[in-house]
Write a protein that binds this ligand. Structure first.
Ligand SMILES: [Zn+2]
Ligand SMILES: [Zn+2]
Length: 307
């Protein structure tokens, strides 16, 4: 109940007050999160790993998913509580199922092999010995209907246990892979686009000549990314998806001497040439996940790096 309360009551929303620190919590990976995008509702520059939630009516830091059970977004500040909640829920369900089984099994033993007859001898047989499967389940149906309060709770916990455990295993996998639920969906979009030959990458250091860094409040400087995020974990590659699958182009030097893309470049006499800095990505394996620091570091970051 404590973890349920903490999960539901802890907000990871981005506000005017905390927007600056949210921007400096994680670096942009230039794959799933690029600098220079603004939330059309909140009017904030979108921090890396954030997502706007229409139900919470806010941008949410390191948004994982909106959870209907806690009526709140699972994000940077309550991911710890959410995970403790599913651990506790899975443990309680396992305990409930086991307890119900033990109680009803004892009831069946008492009914079918009464201790009055066996005098509690340890060598007395189990009630299920020698029964066919049909008879075995028939006995259980009897026990559940006679002890319906214990029986119904036992069935509920047995059926719900795999759900909670599945959730737990999935989040353990996400931590291992250094992803949020939101990011795992984005990665599968990229996987599809790579398969469709639409994706190119280029070294950020090379691209900076043509695409200079944005202002600090929209794209924080690398050295301003806040600890505990490690200094070395920064994006090296810039990923783009091209709708037509063709290599990005660069405007060749025209007669007016201007180079580059955008409004600054003159149109007359300029010619679009393939930009050789961009190379096609053939597999998701060629792409780094900047947010994956290794299992233990991911675990520490996802649970303890809170705003
Ligand atoms: Zn928003
Ligand atoms: Zn939400």
């Amino acid at each position: 109940m404590a973890f349920l309360y903490l999960s539901a009551a802890t907000s990871s929303n981005i506000t005017t007050q905390n927007h600056g620190t949210c921007m400096r919590a994680y670096p942009y990976d230039f794959a799933l999160f690029h600098p220079g995008y603004f939330c059309s509702t909140c009017r904030f520059a979108k921090p890396a790993r954030s997502k706007h939630c229409p139900i919470c009516k806010a941008c949410v830091q390191r948004q994982d998913h909106h959870c209907i059970w806690i009526n709140n977004c699972v994000g940077r500040n309550n991911y710890l509580w959410f995970n403790l909640l599913i651990v506790a829920t899975a443990a309680l369900l396992a305990y409930g199922a086991r307890l119900g089984y033990v109680l009803l099994d004892a009831r069946l033993q008492e009914r079918l092999v009464p201790s009055a007859l066996t005098r509690g001898s340890v060598s007395s047989k189990r009630w299920s010995t020698g029964l066919s499967w049909a008879e075995y389940w028939h006995c259980w149906a009897w026990a559940i209907s006679v002890e319906w309060r214990v029986g119904s709770v036992m069935m509920l916990t047995m059926l719900s246990f795999p759900l909670a455990t599945g959730f737990l295993v999935y989040h353990a996998y996400l931590v291992w892979a250094g992803m949020t639920t939101n990011e795992s969906a984005k990665w599968s979009d990229w996987r599809e686009d790579i398969r469709d030959d639409l994706v190119y990458r280029a070294r950020i250091s090379q691209l900076r000549e043509t695409y200079p860094k944005l202002p600090d409040d929209v794209e924080p400087r690398d050295e301003d990314i806040r600890s505990p995020w490690p200094r070395g974990a920064r994006a090296k590659w810039w990923l783009v998806r091209m709708v037509d699958g063709r290599q990005p182009t660069l405007r060749k030097k025209g007669e007016n001497g201007k180079e580059g893309v955008g409004e600054g470049a003159g149109n007359e006499g300029n010619e679009e040439v393939p930009d050789e800095r961009w190379a096609k990505v053939h597999s998701l394996r060629e792409v780094d996940n900047v947010y994956d620091l290794g299992f233990w570091a991911n675990l520490k970051d996802s649970m303890l790096n809170r705003g």
